[in-house]
Every structure is written in C-alpha cells, then in structure tokens.
Design a protein around this ligand. Structure first.
Ligand code: ADP
Ligand code: MN
Length: 516
C-alpha cells in the first residue's frame, strides 16, 4: 500500500521548500553532502551508482529538463477539492490494479494457460467519466475515435514511466537496494525510521517515493517562481488539468513539458508521447490543443459551426460547453480528412472532450516556425507557394473542405515543406459562407506570396478559380464577391426547395451535381 499520493495531495504544504536542488543526490551528485556513518557512506555510494544508472534510463527528462515539466502525473496543482478527490481515487484504483496484477502473476506463473483479472480492474487507459455531459464527442457519426473495448495489454506499473523493474530483479535484493537508496532522498524528505531494520522496499513503493520526492522538488521550485509558472497553469481550469493528468496517468503521455502557445481560443502544450496500446501508436512528441472553455471568446465563431450541416442537428440541442467540444471534434475530423488526402498536417492521436492530442510539428520541444516568422530563400518561397496551391486544391477537391483561416499564421515550415494547422473552423465548400471563406483564404495567400516576391503567384481571383474550379470572370473584387454570394445564395435556395444541399458547385454552367 502506498500512501505517497495521499501525502502528496493532502499535505501539500508539509514539505519545507528549501534548497533541495543543491542536495538532490541524483540531480547534482557532486555537491551531495549528507553527514552519516562510514557504513552509510559505503552503501550510499553503491546505491547512488546503481540508482543514477537506472534513473538516467528511466527518468531522462527529469535530469535533462532545465525547468520541471508541467505535468508528470504527480506535480499537478492540487488546489481544487474535486480534483484532489478524483486524483486520490485514481491513485487508489491504480494500487488496487497493481495488487490484482501481482495476484495474476502469482497464479499464472509460467503456465501456458493463464487467467486474467482484467474485468476487475478499475483504471482503464483514457477512461472517461460517466457524467452525462462527458459523452457528447463519442456519439458523433463515424467517429473513428470511439472509446475502445478495454484491451488486454498489461497496465503499466507506475505513472508516466513504463519500466516495471520488479520483474527484472530478485525482489529481496532489490528491496534492500531500494531501502538504501531511499535514504538518499534529501534530508528534509521524511522517509520514516527504517535504520536498523531489514527493510525491503518494493520497487513500486520505492518508485512512488522517488516520484513523490521529485514532485516535491518541482512543487517547491514552483512556489518560488510562481509568477513565471502561473500563466501556463492558469491557462487551463482544474477539470482540464485533471484530463491532462489522466492522459499521463494512463501512460498515453509521458510528460507534459509546457505551453507552446496561448491564444484567445486555445492553449497548446507540448508533451512527450508515452506507451503505445494495441491499436494506437503514440508519436514521440505531441501537441495538446486545449480549447478554452471561457465561452465568450467563441461567440463570434458561431457562424462557422451553426451553418455547418454536419453539426446542424446537434447544434440546437447543445449547451455552450458542448459547442466548444464540437470545435475540438471538428478539428479532429478535418485533420483526419486531410491526413487521408496526404496533406502535411498534424496527425490526430486522441480527442477527449475539449482536448485534442495530435502529433507535434517540430523537434525537441521546439515547434516549427510559422510561415510569417521564417525567412525563406526565394527558391523555397516559390516551392512553398506551389505546395500551398496544390494543398488548397486537394483540400477543396479531395477533402471537400475550405480552411477558412488560412494565412501565414497557420502554416508551419518544417522539414522543407509547409504544414497546415488550425482547422477547427474549416468548413465544406457548400457551407452558406464557404466560398467567401475560400476567397478570404486566397487573398491572404496571394498577398503573402506577392509581397514575398514570388512573381508566379496568382492574384486572389485567379487563385480562387484555380482552387475551386469555378470560372468566375469578374475582373474586379466587388463584382467577384457579388458572384460568390450569388452562388452561395443559389445553394441556400436549393436547400430550401429540395431539403438538401448541393454536393458541389457547378464549374461551367452545367447543371449542378447533387448528392445521389
Ligand atoms: P489558435 O486557434 O490558438 O491559433 P493553433 O492551432 O493555430 O490555435 O495553435 C496555436 C499555435 O500553437 C500555432 O501557431 C503553433 O505555433 C502551435 N501549434 C499548434 N499545433 C501544433 C502542432 N501540432 N505542432 C507544433 N506546434 C503547434
Ligand atoms: Mn492559429
């Protein structure tokens, strides 16, 4: 039984926030100075060596990271009572499962036929809460991310770290080693008086204690630089933090390292991917887009989603919180379409409520620069232009989508090519304002590349025709826009009269093509 999580959560202020850093035996071994007997020094040195060896393998980011990761499953802020209770429950469930696993192992041994306590377990990866308003994203038609049946892969033994070393070592020897190592925790870390007893600390308990020690270190560091950290932490509410915590706790993510971007409508975090499951490979680095649940920011975006027929049935029945989840859901579906068409864009990992996890575009925690921030050679600039022209056509024709917020702010330059991001507001071309959005996209792209010196860049009207295949001949912006609106109106009238939308706009005066 492990009371560590309880201690961490329930008595957050019990630890003195002293200069642990300088005394931390695995963080800064050279400066360690703990007074004790010769025998202790001997065993400590031995323990330290073994420990450093193992920890460098098991906890590389703790040593490497200049400042502690944002969420590792243990250092989460515990200011909310509800979250505290939920975290405790999860901690308890995890221990319960660990016990089940041990029982299972004992019974099965080397036998070819094995029994499983799978169904009795309490923690499941990416488990969802049961409350009514938590299931809305799962009931989407054709949702490829529907929660799966519980899998039979063994659950990980410990938060965020996939290394269950109890199977590798003799338990007794290991237990004694752990006890010795435990005494290496900082002096102010209360480990109890085990000296003189033949204590055999299991790896699980040892790891738990160690994790707790790390988290205390980070917590106390946080307390001292509250100002720097507060932005990232305040950016998400306790419920969201719990969601993120669960993703780490389930092993899907290894660590959430910090915030990449705080926008009006979303906050984006970087994370290292965790363990793959049977049906899901987690990218080594992930971006987590948290759609903000402060509702007023989204009011002006109603027009994108309200008129999107894909969401129409549901829109009227939803409360504002659910509408925000629909943004996340839209981004997921749109990214999936783009991925299927081979357009460079983040790959969806998982969607949980208003939190979308996708692959990270960039490397080693550094996001790829936006097109607006990168200086390209004229050759690359031209290459980027033709790539975007091509992607806009693919998006329109193969994905049946208009980006609707396309500009140098939402295109990243990575691996010598352009990647499209931020597609929560993307709509189908027959959306009542779809062609207007496309025209705006074309204007942004044309202007950016014309200013950027790409002589070949089409003007906005030529680009619009090239992407849509429509043949609008107006030679000035006002007339051009009037024609666009006329086409949109024609589509709306068709919906009124026939109860369904056109599937595409006709390109040359032929009768429009209808859905079946
Ligand atoms: P917003 O609605 O806030 O503009 P974005 O999806 O554009 O949301 O994300 C904001 C910023 O976060 C982007 O400009 C980009 O720098 C970063 N970002 C978002 N997704 C990723 C990703 N998958 N990989 C790397 N960086 C990303
Ligand atoms: Mn953006």
């Amino acid at each position: 039984m492990d009371s560590v999580g309880v201690a961490a959560a329930a008595a957050p202020d019990a630890r003195p926030g002293s200069a642990w850093q300088s005394k931390c035996p695995w963080g800064a071994p050279s400066t360690t100075s703990i007074s004790c007997s010769l025998a202790d020094v001997m065993s400590e040195q031995l323990a330290k060596e073994l420990q450093l060896e193992e920890e460098n393998a098991a906890f590389p980011e703790v040593v490497a990271a200049a400042e502690g990761p944002f969420i590792t499953g243990e250092n989460i802020d515990t200011s909310s009572d509800l979250m505290l209770a939920q975290m405790l429950q999860m901690e308890f469930d995890r221990e319960y499962d660990a016990q089940l696993r041990r029982e299972e192992k004992k019974i099965n041994g080397d036998s070819k036929v094995s029994i499983s306590f799978e169904n009795y377990r309490k923690v499941h990866p990416y488990d969802s809460d049961s409350s009514e308003d938590e299931v809305d994203w799962q009931d989407t038609r054709h949702d490829p991310y529907r929660a799966d049946k519980p899998t039979t892969t063994p659950r990980r033994g410990f938060i965020g770290k996939g290394k269950d070393i109890t199977t590798k070592h003799d338990e007794v020897v290991c237990g004694r080693k752990n006890t010795a190592r435990m005494e290496n925790f900082a002096p102010e870390f209360q480990v109890g008086d085990g000296i003189g007893m033949d204590l055999k600390l299991s790896n699980q308990v040892f790891n738990a204690l160690k994790q707790h020690a790390y988290s205390e270190e980070r917590r106390s560091a946080r307390l001292h630089e509250k100002k720097e950290h507060s932005t990232a932490e305040k950016a998400v509410d306790p419920k969201t933090r719990l969601l993120l915590y669960k993703m780490v706790n389930s092993g899907m993510l290894e660590t959430i390292t910090g915030c990449i971007s705080t926008g009006k409508e979303s906050v984006v975090f970087h994370a290292y991917g965790g363990n793959a499951t049977e049906d899901k490979v987690i990218p080594p680095e992930c971006a987590i887009k948290v759609f903000k649940t402060t509702l007023n920011e989204f009011k002006n975006r109603d027009k994108y989603i309200k008129d999107d027929y894909r969401f129409k049935d549901r829109f009227s029945k939803l409360n504002p919180r659910k509408i925000i989840r629909m943004w996340a859901e839209k981004e997921m579906h749109n990214l999936t379409r783009m991925q299927n068409a081979g357009i460079p864009c983040p790959q969806v990992v998982i969607l949980k409520k208003h939190v979308l996890v996708m692959s990270f575009i960039g490397q080693d925690q550094v996001p790829a620069p936006k097109l607006k921030d990168v200086t390209l050679s004229s050759e690359d600039m031209k290459k980027a232009y033709y790539q975007i022209l091509n992607m806009m056509q693919q998006l329109y024709r193969e994905c049946n989508l208009v980006h609707a917020d396309l500009s140098e702010y939402n295109m990243l330059w990575h691996d010598g090519k352009v990647w499209l991001i931020d597609v929560s507001q993307s709509v189908e071309p027959t959306h009542p304002h779809g062609l207007e959005f496309l025209f705006r996209d074309c204007r942004n792209v044309s202007q950016f590349f014309q200013k950027g010196g790409v002589a070949e860049a089409l003007n906005e009207r030529e680009l619009f025709n090239a992407v849509s295949g429509l043949n609008i001949t107006a030679d000035n912006e006002v007339d051009f826009q009037a024609e666009i609106e006329a086409l949109e109106k024609m589509n709306e009238d068709h919906v009124q009269n026939h109860g369904k939308k056109l599937s595409t706009f006709s390109s040359d005066g032929d009768p429009p093509i209808y859905d079946e």
